[in-house]
Design a protein around this ligand. Structure first.
Ligand code: FPP
Ligand code: MG
Ligand code: MG
Length: 353
């Protein structure tokens, strides 16, 4: 049983493809101005590339949706390998989506660390702390522009619109978080909406883009989107739990960062339901540091952490349901990738960093 599990490790399933993808990302962010090149390349360097979680999901999704390329039988027999070429071409285009997604993700992290005034990211200095806010903002913009060059090369209007919308969502989510009224700050629905924009939109719409490149039905594209959406929501819910339960050392970034910035996430929102007094503490803002300790004390005595984990689990199950609803396919690679996508939902729930 263990052997089968090892074989199905979602990350190792696509590691052969992730490695050249990483090389391409590095070459895509090269530019002549030395400071810009080192700023833009910072989080693509060896050791700080991160888990490449998004490219892994997207490549697995590409295989999970794989359909035999339909061609007239005359071409099927062609000695020139038309079918092979078509399949390779499709895969290359799907890899482009993974590259675009990763570049947008890193761009958003560079800007996020400016907005959050973060010192560390992925266990190293944040770019803003190393090179200053100005270069970090410029490098983020530069990565976005390089992502759009790749996007344009796909010559697919629907996907261009989709990805442009994702960038709008990232900005919307970040702005929603930054500009809440005191009522919105304690509202669970507002929190979930913000979470979708900030985190889930990128992966869900990129999963959809992977599907749009193939000849899938609208239903299948929606299932790909649903998987990404629920996986993304589960991912952020666990991220918000880890902000309370993790250590800065294990996370590679500051813990308790949300509450210190006055950002109220799911664990506290659930805790308020048990301790309405906590709501009043949180409404005061955190001008008095003792209020942070008070809030953490309420949280510790509540079911808040557990309920946030339960909500993450609910979304993880909805992600699995989307995979289970895909059109039946008995191809071994397809089956394996679908299983890997299911396994990823479990990894997201269990992760501690
Ligand atoms: C991390 O959140 C931040 C995001 C997922 C999105 C950030 C988006 C922007 C800054 C808008 C600009 C977007 C682009 C594409 C340039 P977090 O602060 O909760 O997570 P962290 O703990 O990893 O810092
Ligand atoms: Mg941040
Ligand atoms: Mg932030």
């Amino acid at each position: 049983v263990t052997a089968v599990k090892d074989q199905l490790d979602p990350f190792s399933l696509v590691s052969d493809e992730i490695s050249p993808l990483t090389d391409r990302l590095r070459s895509m962010v090269v530019t002549e101005v030395p400071k810009l090149a080192s700023a833009a390349g910072y989080f693509f360097k060896k050791g700080v590339e991160g888990k490449r979680f998004r490219p892994t999901v997207l490549l697995l999704m590409a295989t999970a949706l794989n359909m035999p390329v339909s061609m007239p039988s005359v071409d099927r027999l062609s000695p020139t390998g038309v079918i092979d070429n078509l399949e390779t071409e499709l895969r290359r285009r799907q890899q482009c989506i993974a590259e675009i997604t990763e570049m947008i993700h890193v761009a958003s992290l560079l800007h996020d660390d400016v907005l959050d005034d973060a010192d560390t990211r992925r266990g190293v200095s944040s770019l803003n702390s190393l090179m200053g806010n100005k270069l970090a903002v410029l490098a983020g913009n530069f990565l976005l522009s390089r992502a759009f060059v790749v996007l344009a090369s796909l010559e697919n209007d629907e996907i261009v619109s989709l990805i442009a919308e994702v960038v709008e969502h990232l900005i919307t989510g970040e702005t929603m978080q930054m500009t809440t009224t005191s009522e919105q700050r304690l509202n669970m629905q507002y929190y979930m909406e913000k979470t979708y924009y900030k985190t889930a939109s990128l992966i869900s719409n990129s999963c959809k883009a992977i599907s749009l490149l193939t000849e899938q039905t609208a239903e299948t594209s929606t299932l790909a989107y649903d998987y990404g959406k629920h996986l993304g929501l589960a991912y952020q819910l666990i991220d918000d739990v880890l902000d309370f339960t993790g250590t800065s050392a294990s996370l590679g970034k500051s813990s308790l960062s949300d509450i210190r910035h006055g950002i109220i996430t799911a664990p506290l929102l659930f805790a308020i339901e048990e301790f309405p007094q906590l709501g009043e503490v949180l409404q005061r803002g955190f001008d008095n540091p003792a209020d942070i300790d008070l809030a953490l004390d309420y949280l510790g005595r509540s079911q808040g952490i557990q309920r946030a984990k339960d909500l993450a689990l609910k979304h993880a199950r909805l992600a699995v349901k989307a995979i289970d609803s895909l059109p039946e396919n008995d191809d071994e690679d397809v089956r394996q990738s679908r299983q890997a996508l299911v396994d990823l939902t479990k990894i997201v729930i269990k992760r501690t960093k």
